[in-house]
Design a protein around this ligand. Sequence first.
Ligand SMILES: Cc1ncc(COP(=O)(O)O)c(C=O)c1O
Length: 400
Amino acid sequence: MKNIVPARRTENVTYAIRDLAVKAGEYERAGHKIDYLNIGDPAIFGFRPPEHVVDAAVKAMREGKNHYVDSMGIKEARDAIAKEAGSRGIKCDPDHVIVTAGGSEAIDLALTALVDRGQKILLPMPGYSLYPAVVNKLEAEPVGYKTVEANGWQPDIADIKRKVTPDTRGIIVNNPNNPTGAVYSPETLKQIIGIARENNMVILTDEVYHKILFDGAEHVPVASIAEDTPVVTLGGLSKNGWSLPGWRIGWMTFSNSGVMDEYREATAKLARARICAPGPFQYAIKAALEGTQDHIPEMNGELQKRRDIFVDGINRIPGFSCVKPEGAFYAFPKVEFPVADDKAFVLDVLDKEHTLFVHGTGFGHDDTQHFRAVLLPQPEVLERTLVRLEDYSRKLYAGE
Ligand SMILES: Cc1ncc(COP(=O)(O)O)c(C=O)c1O
C-alpha cells in the first residue's frame, strides 16, 4: 500500500502554544522540572471555579441530564447569555445565541460559515493562534493587521484600511487581547466598526477575557456601539474568572442580525451537523452568569499582583522591555538584544533555563523579537522566571 498523505489544507494549520509543549515534555522525561508559562489555563495554576457553578453541572449530571441537547444550546442557557449580554449593551435575541464547545468551536463555526476558499479575513497581529489556523484550514487567506507596541498594542487603523479588499469577508477583534493584554479604546473600536460597515464585513469580536481587567480599565463590547453593523461576539466559561476551560463551554451571539440572517442560519446549520455542545455543563451557564460574581475582583486583584511582579520585574532586566497589559492574563515582552529568531530564543531559554514561553511569531507577529508569557503562575514561579531571564540575558548577551 502507498503512504497515506494528509490533506493539503492541514499544511498551514499550526498552534504554537501546544506544539512547543511537546518539546518541553522531552525535557521533563529527561528529568528536568519545567516552569510552564506557555498555556493560558487558570485551572492548572490554582484558580478555582465558583462552587455554585460546579454544583449546577454536577446536579444536572445526577439528575440524568446526560443526553444530547438542542444544537443551539439549552434554552435556559441561551436566555441567560442574551440577558447578560443585554446588561452590557449588547442587543441579542436568545434565538440568535449558539452555545459551542468552547470559544474555539465558535471561532471554527463562525469562520467556516463565512469565508470561501481564497477569500480574506483580517485578524490582529500579533493575535490568538487559532484564528489563522482555522482560516488556513478553510483554504482562505488570513491577513494580519498591525497592532502597535508604542501605542499600547492598539490596532493600526490605517493598516486595516490599507488591507481591506473586495473579498475581505470579516475582521476579527480580540479585546482584551491575547497575547498583548491590550484593552481597546472605544474610539479605536468605532473606527473598526466604520470600516466594517463601509466594506460589508462581519465583525467577529472575541471577548472571552472581558471581565479580566486591571487598573480600572473599562471594557466596551463592540456590539454595544456597533449600531446597525453585524457583530458576532464570542464568550465562554474557560476564562473570565470562571476558570473552567476543561468543560469546553463557549458561545456566540449575533447582533444586528437583520443583515446577516442567512449567515447566522448557515452557522446554525453547521452547529446542527455537530449535534451539540457538552450537555450537562450547559446547565451551569445560568448559574455562572446570574450567580454571585464576587470571585471576579478577587481573581483580578491576584492577577494584577502577578502582572506587576512579572512586568515590572522584566522591565528592570537589561535586554527586555514590556508594555503593561491592561487585561487578560498574558504579557508580550520584547527581547532588545539580537536573537537569531524568536523560536530559537524560546527553545534556548527552555534548554538553558527550563522555562517555557511561546515565540511571538507563533501569534503571527511580524518581527522575531517577542515572546508571550502567561501571568497565571504563582508569584514564586514568576520571581524564579525573572531570575532565570536575568541570568540568561547576562550570560549570553552581556558577555559574562
Ligand atoms: C482569545 C482567545 N479566544 C478563544 C480561546 C479559546 O478558548 P476556549 O475554547 O477554551 O473557550 C482562547 C484560549 O486561550 C483565547 O485566548
